[in-house]
Design a protein around this ligand. Structure first.
Ligand code: HEC
Length: 234
């Protein structure tokens, strides 16, 4: 990573010339704006949600976290680093800065608001930033986690799936409490959660509207397991 640091923001004068970031943003107020980011970003290193972890990105090249495999072509081939100017242009209008970006965010219009958020991000996106922002009480700890799904290991019996058969237009889902419940096939989402905190191997979990509701997700720890558990059988 180090070698990228030298190749800082080439050509960004153009994009950010219209609104220079204020150096005196209020990081506490910026922490409040950061709420707009937590649905898609975590500040914990290596924890990716819809968007990549923002840990340690300050002064680092854009679009280069190896463990995040969902960059848009534009961000993946970007040739700039994250600093006050580039973050300012990004937050003003991500799609204007990187056309076709996968970050669906319409931008923050007011210069003042962006400056405050940048003051926060300068701390939050620095090395060890997740710890610092909580210690300095800039944001509550759940902002740092971001909206990570709850851990799934240790599910109760009624949520632990033992078999799934598909028949006609339905899934019949058996659980460790001995029941088999039918669902209309369009109401069942089959998902894979490969995070370490996903379901335990061979123990897929059913969640969602719960056993009373008609819409559910079944979450597997891998594609292999999904294939093994779901069979066509009447
Ligand atoms: C709806 C989900 C979503 C929201 C909300 C969102 N982001 Fe993103 N963010 C993404 C995605 C997806 C990417 C990857 C974009 C791409 O590859 O084009 C991204 C990329 C980024 C990057 C570049 C990461 C890198 O590795 O270079 C930064 C910085 C960033 N977001 C900051 C923010 C901030 C700050 C906010 C809140 C103001 C925010 N994002 C809100 C989804 C989101």
């Amino acid at each position: 990573m180090k070698r990228f640091i030298a190749s800082v923001s080439v050509g960004f004068a153009l994009l950010s010339a219209n609104s220079a970031p204020a150096a005196d943003g209020n990081a506490k107020r910026g922490g409040e704006f950061y709420r707009a980011c937590v649905a898609c970003h975590s500040l914990e290193p290596g924890v990716h949600l819809t968007g990549p972890s923002l840990a340690g990105l300050w002064d680092r090249p854009a679009g280069r976290i190896d463990s995040f495999v969902r960059y848009s072509p534009g961000l993946k081939s970007a040739d700039f680093s994250w600093d006050a100017d580039t973050v300012n242009a990004w937050l003003a209008d991500p799609n204007a800065m990187v056309p076709g970006t996968y970050m669906v965010f319409r931008g923050i219009e007011r210069d003042r608001d962006r400056a405050d958020l940048i003051a926060f991000l300068r701390i939050a996106m620095a090395q060890g930033g997740a710890k610092t922002v909580v210690e300095q009480k800039l944001v509550p700890p759940d902002y740092v986690r971001g909206q990570q799904p709850e851990p799934l290991s240790g599910a109760l019996e009624h949520a632990q799936v033992t078999a799934i058969r598909h028949c006609a237009d339905s899934y019949f889902i058996a659980t460790a409490d001995g029941r088999e419940t039918p669902y209309w096939e369009m109401n069942v989402r089959l998902k894979v959660d490969s995070r370490g905190t996903g379901p335990a191997p061979r123990k897929p979990v059913i969640t969602g509207a719960g056993m009373m509701g008609d819409r559910v997700s079944v979450i597997f720890s891998s594609i292999d397991e999904l294939e093994r558990f779901v069979a066509e059988k009447c």
